[in-house]
Structure formats: C-alpha cells, structure tokens
Design a binder for this molecule. Sequence first.
Ligand code: ZN
Length: 240
Amino acid sequence: MKYAIIADIHGNLEALQAVLKDAKEQAVTHYACLGDVVGYGANPKECLDIVREMKIPTIKGNHDEYCSSGKDPEGFNEYAREAILWTRAQMTEDDLKWLKDLKYIRIMANFTLVHSTLDGPNHWGYIFDKLEAAASFPYQQTPLCFFGHTHVPLAFIRDTAVRGGTYSKFKIEAGRKYLINVGSVGQSRDGVAKATYLTYDINSGQIELRRLDYDMDTAMDKIRKAGLPERLATRLAEGH
Ligand code: ZN
C-alpha cells in the first residue's frame, strides 16, 4: 500500500493533474487530501470534481470552510477574501454541501489527517516551528500525522524531545511520533515554485516528498482571465 498525501490544491488544476500523473508513475494505490481543495486558483470546481470522483478521503481546510459557510471571510487578506468570494460563485449547491460536510480530522491506517493543528483543528493556527509542533503532539493518537495549511513542507519528530526541519526522504521508525507537512499542490510558499505532495509507503515506512514542474503558465493565465487578483498569478511563479 502506497499513499499519496495531497494538500492545498487551491483550485490549481494544472498542478493537480501533474501530481496525479506522478502518483500513478510512483505506483500509488491510495490517496488522502488535507483540505483547501478550493480558493486562489481558477479551477476550484474542476479540482473538487476530481477529488470527489476519485473518492479521495478529504478533510476540511479554512478556504473550504469559508467558501461553503456563507460567512464573510474576515481575517483573510484582501487577495484571499476576493478569491473566496469568487470561488463561492463558481460552486453548485452540491459542491458547497460537499465542502461543508468535510470533517476537521480523520484517522486512517496509522496516521491522522488535519489541515492546520491537532490542538485547534478548526482555529486555523499554523505550525512552522517545534514549539507549535509540540502543542499539537499531545493530541496525536497515531504514530503519524499529516497536515497542510502553511504550504511549507516540514517534518517534526517527537521522541525524547521535539525536533524538526526540511526533508526530502526518510523512513518512519517505531517508538516515535511524526507530524509532517506535505507541502502544497497548488500554491507553493517555501520558495520552490513546484507542485508538491508526499508519498508514504506503509509497508516500508518510506516517506518521500515529490516536487514537480507543471504547466504554470496556463494556471497563471487562467487566474488573470478569471479577473482574480494579479498577485495570485505571480506568486505561483515566485513560490511565495
Ligand atoms: Zn491553503
């Protein structure tokens, strides 16, 4: 069994297609999605349709929540707010219900899925450092937990203490807990302008971060044509 863990697709169809193609080539057999299927990109509906049709177990991100809640997206920056309002208008009632019904946390096999943090899964806090990771670990009941939200792939390990950092490949070891950010499919923010996801081979314990080129020009073009803020196009190329 080999999982592809994907997060923060953010309506970027070209990036999602590149990820799904690569996952096939990597002999992935199962998928899981950490939320924020929609928001920012120009193809939220198409991305949602793919995730739903593939029956990918998915949990709720903050964009999914605000898009489907009908609430005014206060607390978001102006670009995000505009994108949420635009995204909401692209969705059918069924789509909004699907997003609304997503859970904040899910446990599968030996891992947990959460968008932001386990200590406040619906408060949308960020885990960037080991102090923030240390606050989440006590709530983690499985050896592994995958999360998204920051769009920055980092892995934290707890044994005698909590430590963490960037990663590309490593093996899960017994007796430790792992809290792993899988990066973002559709809007990278760690300076690497690629579509990012993770594979997890459940038999060997091998974790691998996958970073892929995709048709970014088309994705940027569509954002501009949709009348979404220019910044949402340029940041794809900047990876920030
Ligand atoms: Zn996100």
